[in-house]
Design a binder for this molecule. Structure first.
Ligand code: SF4
Ligand code: SF4
Length: 135
């Protein structure tokens, strides 16, 4: 989604579906697919500033190829409320408690070397759990 990425998004369109955007050019509520999404962004060259600024850590090159958000059901990005914490936004309810979800969160916490706040897109203001070093 961002302007400069280390990896292409491929078939993933998770942030364009789940993220809320309040840019004057595009006011989109969370959990609703963007009207400009058709497999990929159809206004790539003129997309809103919020989309250009968005920093998905997988797209920035962190983690394994198979950690792509549409495959793991987590988007990792910066946690806005606490400096030096990342967040894992869970897009599939309960995924954090599955063996695959636990292993992914533990691995990313070690990889990023900072705590990861787990949130759910269905209740975004309520952190569900902190993985890794305490904040
Ligand atoms: S969640 Fe990450 S990988 Fe998926 S479309 Fe957004 S920026 Fe690309
Ligand atoms: S404008 Fe493009 S990059 Fe932004 S949310 Fe819509 S489809 Fe995604």
């Amino acid at each position: 989604m961002s302007a400069k990425q280390a990896r292409p998004c491929g078939e993933c369109a998770v942030c364009c579906t789940y993220m809320g955007i309040s840019d004057p050019q595009l006011k989109k509520k969370p959990l609703i697919p963007c009207p400009f999404l058709n497999k990929n962004c159809t206004i790539h060259k003129t997309k809103p500033k919020d989309c250009i600024a968005y920093n998905c850590l997988w797209a920035q090159g962190f983690g394994l190829e198979e950690d792509r958000p549409d495959k793991t059901f987590f988007i990792f990005d910066e946690y806005p409320k606490i400096k030096n914490a990342a967040q894992a936004k869970m897009i599939k309810p309960g995924q954090k408690d599955t063996p695959k979800g636990r292993a992914l969160l533990q691995r990313w916490s070690k990889l990023l070397m900072r705590p990861i706040i787990v949130i759910s897109y269905s209740v975004p203001r309520l952190p569900l759990e902190v993985i890794g070093r305490s904040v």
